[in-house]
Each structure stands twice: as structure tokens, then as C-alpha cells.
Design a protein around this ligand. Structure first.
Ligand SMILES: C[S@@+](CC[C@H](N)C(=O)[O-])C[C@H]1O[C@@H](n2cnc3c(N)ncnc32)[C@H](O)[C@@H]1O
Length: 398
């Protein structure tokens, strides 16, 4: 076990869900402000590309910002400052950067400053300036008197590529954002590399894709044969030269790439109703180590459903989810994590109506995981005005 190191995470719109994601993987997380959290990790640097809920990761500076910058390798420095201190402004953040530039210039080092539109540099700005990719490209985060150095920035263009460029898409099934798929996987806690992840409602395969990119083995099933084919086709694309792996060729090491291909060759699929499938029978060896899925969410909707329609939808979804969990319970070991996105519906009142099936789920032999950093009410994912939202439930087999 390596030493524990302190990190800072910059969180976005989903910050409560993002806190739970960090807590699940790193054991605990401390909220500093609604968009900043501290966590500790062993010496291996946490990989931002696996965390759907975090926009940036940063490391505390042991030395002053000036000393840190002076010690960078020779060559031009690109410098940006994001200021989270009380009363921060674009002007103050920029003047901090310019002040450092001036001192460094006197010592013969040339610095390009990233201009601040706001006190905080956006993820897009940090990404485009290749912060955390190039040694001399630095973003400092200032929180009061403390300084942190950004070590990872969410890769917006990669998300877009693997979200929008997939060949097999289905408007009726809808698309789970890859970030949310990563969050579902991470809420299962730290799993070993090569753990077998089951998605029994795999649809077009977003969870399977993200699981594979995170180094897990996968087992996908869906009621619809067509959907199983779509998942396979999308994964074929993912590893192809024309697909995602081709597009990010430069970023992955040879080992990372071959491990993804290995997982791909080892992927298992079966078509069937999640209330009946024998998943263990599909696996030649090994067991199901964790489950991550966006379950059946009912009919797509563009306006809030009438009471009668809502009751019908709820009953339908409830039967499928409970039937699935009942079937699963005999096929996984005690302690197996199961994280699901289940539906909730926007009412005319502006509130979301939830399924409220947690008691029944407990009776089927699962415990609900309670996070310190977020309550169950916080674990609701939706875009502004979206009728069918997703409630996240993280369970452990008793
Ligand atoms: C909301 S979609 C999941 C989409 C998926 N996350 C993706 O990446 O495309 C739900 C899926 O559940 C499947 N489904 C519906 N009823 C099912 C059942 N009883 N058993 C298994 N799958 C079912 C549908 O065919 C659909 O593909």
C-alpha cells in the first residue's frame, strides 16, 4: 500500500452525485464548497478520465506557486489561474497570473497567460490549453491561501466522440450519457481490474463500453435481440481503427490498448428477459463481480403523464426491476454491488415522482448503500425539464 495523498476535485452541475461517486471509490470525501471536494488516494494518481462526475482533479502544491513554476523544465510556460476564494473575480485571478509572469520574466522565463473570462477557467478552456497533458502547461487553483495544481481535466472531446459517433443508435431506447455510465460503475466502489460487470438491460451498450474502457470484463444482455446486436456493433466500432480507439491512438499506452482489446475479445452476450436469464450459464468461468445498468425506463415522454398513465408506467417498471433483482439474487455472491438507474417522472407540480421500491428491494435480499456525502434524494439525474429522470440506487447483495 502506497502513501495517501490529498487531491482536490472540481465538480460540475451534478455535484452531489459526483461526491457520492468519489466517496464510493476513495472511501471518503470532504466538501469544501458546492463545487470543490477533497479526497485522499494512494500514491497512484487518480485517473480523471474514469470519473464521469468530476471536471478537474488537482494536487496540493507543497511549495509556493513561484517555486513550483521556477522548477518546471526549460521552455515557455503556459499559465492559468482559477480562483475559488471568497470574493474572487476574473480580474483578480488574471492579476495573480500576471504577477507570477512578471517575476518569472525577470528571471528570464517566458510565460503565456491564459486570459480569464471568469474567476474560474472553464473545463473547455483548460482542455483546449492541454493543461495536465503538457509538462509546462499549468493551471493553478487558488482557494484562500492554498494553491493546487491541476493534474487532470475532463476530456470533453473524447466524451463527445464516444457519445455521438457510435454507429448503432436507437432514439426510442435513448442514450445514456457516458458520464452517467461511469458514475454507475464507480458507485459500485473500487473493483479489481478485470472484474466481470453485468448489464442486463444493455441496450446500445454505453455501460458496457465504459466498463471496458475502465478495464473491466463485460457480460451484456437485453430482452431485445436487436439491442444485443446494437451493443456488439458499437463495441466493434469502439475498438476499430475508424472508431474510438483509433481516434485516441496517441493517448493510451500499448498495454492499456491491448488490455481493452483483450476485454473486448472476452465479452459475453445473451438475449433474454432480465427476470429469467441464467447469466452464470453464459460465463465459461468466473462470476458476476458487479452489476451496473440503466433499467427499462418505461415509455419515452415529452410531457408529464396523467395520473392513470403514470400508475400504469410505474407498475410496469416496478415489475421488471423487482423481477430482475429476484432473478439476480440467486446468481451473485453476498456483498456483490449492484448500481441501477431507475426511472422517476416529472409531475405538473415540478416535483419528480419516484418508484419508492426500496423496501421491496430490501426484502429481496439487498441493502441500500447510504452515502455520507449525498442523500438518496440527491441521487436524481435529469436535464432541465426532462420528463423521465433517472434515480440512482446503489445496492449490495446481503
Ligand atoms: C433505457 S434502455 C437502456 C439503454 C442503455 N443504457 C444504452 O446504453 O443504450 C432499457 C433497455 O431495457 C431493455 N428491456 C426492456 N425490458 C426488459 C426486460 N424485461 N429484460 C431485459 N431487458 C429489457 C430494452 O430493450 C432497452 O434496451
Amino acid at each position: 500500500m502506497g502513501l495517501m495523498k490529498k487531491y482536490l476535485a472540481v465538480l460540475g452541475r451534478l455535484y452531489k452525485i459526483s461526491l457520492a461517486e468519489l466517496e464510493a471509490v476513495f472511501g471518503s470525501v470532504k466538501e469544501i464548497s458546492p463545487c470543490l471536494a477533497e479526497f485522499q488516494a494512494r500514491s497512484e494518481t487518480p485517473q480523471i478520465q474514469r470519473f464521469g462526475g468530476s471536471l478537474k482533479f488537482a494536487e496540493k502544491l507543497e511549495e509556493t506557486p513561484l517555486e513550483f513554476l521556477k522548477n518546471l523544465p526549460e521552455g515557455k510556460i503556459t499559465l492559468g489561474v482559477s480562483d475559488y476564494s471568497r470574493g474572487a473575480s476574473a480580474r483578480r485571478a488574471l492579476s495573480e497570473a500576471l504577477k507570477l509572469k512578471k517575476i518569472l520574466a525577470r528571471q528570464g522565463r517566458s510565460v503565456r497567460v491564459i486570459p480569464n473570462k471568469e474567476a474560474i477557467l472553464s473545463t473547455a478552456t483548460s482542455h483546449h490549453n492541454q493543461i495536465a497533458e503538457k509538462k509546462n502547461h499549468v493551471e493553478l487553483i487558488k482557494v484562500g491561501k492554498e494553491f493546487y495544481r491541476v493534474i487532470g481535466v475532463q476530456n470533453i472531446s473524447e466524451y463527445a466522440k464516444r457519445d455521438q459517433a457510435r454507429p448503432a443508435r436507437d432514439a426510442r431506447v435513448g442514450m445514456l450519457p457516458p458520464k452517467l455510465a461511469q458514475i454507475l460503475l464507480n458507485l459500485n466502489g473500487e473493483l479489481s481490474a478485470g472484474a466481470r460487470i453485468l448489464d442486463p438491460f444493455c441496450g446500445t451498450g454505453v455501460v458496457l463500453q465504459e466498463a471496458m474502457l475502465s478495464g473491466y470484463r463485460i457480460l451484456g444482455s437485453d430482452l431485445s435481440e436487436k439491442m444485443v446486436e446494437y451493443s456488439k456493433r458499437n463495441l466493434d466500432w469502439l475498438v476499430s481503427r475508424e472508431g474510438f480507439l483509433g481516434a485516441i491512438d496517441g493517448r493510451l499506452t500499448k498495454e492499456e490498448k491491448s488490455s481493452i482489446i483483450e476485454r473486448y475479445n472476452d465479452a459475453c452476450f445473451v438475449a433474454g428477459d432480465a427476470r429469467e436469464v441464467d447469466w452464470r450459464g453464459v460465463l465459461d468461468e468466473g462470476k458476476i463481480d458487479a452489476v451496473a445498468a440503466e433499467v427499462f425506463l418505461g415509455s419515452p415522454m415529452s410531457k408529464s403523464p396523467a395520473e392513470i398513465k403514470l400508475r400504469e408506467e410505474k407498475e410496469n417498471c416496478r415489475a421488471i426491476i423487482l423481477g430482475f433483482l429476484k432473478n439476480l439474487s440467486g446468481q451473485v455472491e453476498a456483498g456483490t454491488p449492484v448500481t441501477l438507474a431507475i426511472p422517476a417522472w416529472l409531475r405538473g407540480t415540478g416535483e419528480y415522482s419516484r418508484l419508492n421500491i426500496l423496501d421491496e428491494i430490501e426484502k429481496l435480499g439487498y441493502n441500500l448503500v447510504k452515502f455520507k456525502s449525498a442523500s438518496q434524494r440527491d441521487l436524481l439525474y435529469f436535464r432541465e425539464g426532462q420528463i423521465v429522470a433517472r434515480e440512482i440506487i446503489s445496492l449490495r447483495k446481503k
